[in-house]
Design a protein around this ligand. Structure first.
Ligand code: FES
Length: 84
């Protein structure tokens, strides 16, 4: 999702669920399914994690996600959420 949407995220690991630089907060009511083990493990070590946190690189856009609303989580060096 973060790659195809051209969000300003580092995506340091290239979408392997190894860096959490693509963390987003899911604001809409879409069912993204359960987090897979790798995503869960990465978020357990990430900063600023909330209940609605997901790794953007692990969200695969389909027609079912029409209208999905997310907000980028702050980076580990930043305390402010972006407006994206
Ligand atoms: S790009 Fe590294 S976890 Fe998503």
């Amino acid at each position: 999702m973060t790659i195809s949407s051209e969000f300003p995220v580092e995506g340091t690991c290239g979408g392997m669920a190894l860096c959490a630089s693509c963390q987003v907060y899911v604001l809409s009511d879409h069912d993204l399914g359960e987090r897979k083990e790798a995503e869960e493990a990465m978020l357990a070590e990430a900063f600023h994690v909330k209940e609605n946190s997901r790794l953007g690189c692990q969200i695969y856009l389909t027609g079912d996600l029409e209208g999905l609303v997310v907000k980028l989580a702050p980076s580990e060096d930043d305390d402010e959420e972006s407006d994206w």
